[in-house]
Design a protein around this ligand. Structure first.
Ligand code: TXA
Ligand code: MG
Length: 386
């Protein structure tokens, strides 16, 4: 049982070591329509047989995920991916080049779905399917032993922080019958980059920034004389409908949302504590230092910017340094783990994040990090008056 008596949940989830026997057991679970948590090189996934729609619906249900948010399907070869899509020869050329360069790895490609195989639910009625070949031995074995492609979003509740170790998955899904394979801490600790190939317009659209930077993709296209422009999509949804709230009106609305900007929400990757970005502007939420207890705020800092300003307010243990030495890769590795850690401070009411948009030097990962920090705080800003 959970130690918090207000939140008693039956423990059903279990963490398993990735032995051959457990991998086979989890593959059997996938085959029989169950849901399995598994590591990938980016973040942990919550997987089910992509060809079994009853199993796929469990993912939406367990996560509390709106149906306008399509699922990525995981494969273990380019050929296996090709069977899931229905594309013309020229699109295929680009798909082939990108997959040979970036697969296995943290790139998801969104292409026209092959509806002989894929259900529209997986695509959120967009006609497009995201596919990815992960670079993680446990993930690869799970897919191979299951003998089916595995649909898997990140293994967190809708809007919550993405999981970078098996315990994060366990905490979000403890009351569900989910076996979780323990692959330790993920190596990138940031989701895959999601890109859509729009061949007719000769463009690739980055739907979600991630572990591979837009710069890397642009460089690859240029080096191979591929005349495609790279566009970063910044549309955001404010509304969504949950699977248990669906009726014919809400379904129409949900289809419209998913076709315009599937899965893009302002609040995302977000902790359970009230989270803000520190910003000095007058229009922001104001807190007076005199009204604060030192243990109410966890600071997620960069280059000691917040520490230099606020260290008198608090003790050192409430400052988590995403990087104290100007290092964007370190921020990427620490961000989700520190957001999870902040939730564990018993007395904390707020998380305050350093405004890296303002304070981080230009680098290929900056836009991705600004995106995640903005969404973790749902773009809310706060100022402390001393
Ligand atoms: O690294 C990752 O991508 C992880 C691991 C488990 O593979 N998966 C993951 O999935 O982050 P998820 O569902 O949490 O995020 C996938 C994102 C969502 O924003 C979704 O809307 C978008 O990719 N996406 C997936 N399929 C799409 C499609 N057909 N059209 C547009 N966007 C799509
Ligand atoms: Mg996610």
């Amino acid at each position: 049982m959970n130690s918090n008596t207000n939140d008693i949940r039956m423990e059903q989830a279990e963490i398993l070591e990735p032995t051959e026997q457990n991998l086979r057991l989890c593959a059997e679970s996938i085959k029989s329509g169950e849901v399995v948590g598994f590591p990938t090189e980016t973040v942990y996934g919550l997987g089910a047989n992509a060809l079994n729609i009853v199993a796929v619906k469990k993912i939406f249900e367990y996560k509390g995920r709106p149906l306008s948010d399509p699922l990525i399907v995981h494969v273990t070869s380019i050929d296996m991916g090709k069977k899931l899509i229905d594309i013309d020869d020229e699109t295929h050329q680009l798909f082939k080049l990108l997959s040979e360069k970036f697969w296995p790895g943290p790139l998801t490609m969104v292409l026209k779905a092959n509806f002989n195989i894929i259900s529209p639910i997986l695509t959120a009625n967009t006609e497009y399917i995201g596919i990815r070949y992960p670079k993680n031995d446990i993930a690869k074995k799970l897919i191979d032993y299951s003998e089916v492609p595995i649909a898997a979003p990140s293994a967190n509740k809708f809007c919550h922080i993405s999981p970078v170790n098996p315990f994060h998955v366990y905490e979000d899904f403890v009351e569900f019958p989910v076996k979780i394979l323990n692959g330790g801490v993920s190596s990138f600790r940031m989701e895959s980059t999601v890109l859509k190939i729009i061949h007719e317009e000769r463009k690739v659209q980055i739907l979600r920034m991630g572990a591979i930077s837009p710069f890397e993709i642009e460089t690859f296209l240029n080096e191979n004389n591929l005349a495609y422009s790279v566009e970063i999509c910044k549309k955001i949804n404010k509304n969504h409908t949950m699977i248990n709230e669906l009726n014919s009106n809400s379904l129409d609305e949900e289809i419209k949302i998913s076709q315009e900007s599937p899965g893009q929400f302002l609040k995302h990757y977000s902790p359970k504590l009230d989270t803000f970005i520190y910003d000095e502007e007058e229009k922001n939420k104001i807190i007076y230092a005199k009204d604060l207890n030192y243990n109410e705020i966890v600071f997620l800092d960069y280059n000691k910017i917040l520490y230099n300003k606020c260290s008198k307010l608090s003790s050192d243990e409430y400052f988590l340094h995403l990087s104290a030495s100007n290092n964007p890769e370190e921020v990427m590795l620490n961000l989700y783990d520190f957001l999870h850690k902040s939730e564990k401070f018993e007395t904390a009411k707020f998380i305050i994040l350093c405004d890296i948009k303002k304070h981080m030097h230009e680098n290929p990962h900056k836009e991705t990090l600004v995106d995640r920090i903005t969404k973790a705080a749902a773009d809310r800003k706060l100022k402390i008056i001393f």
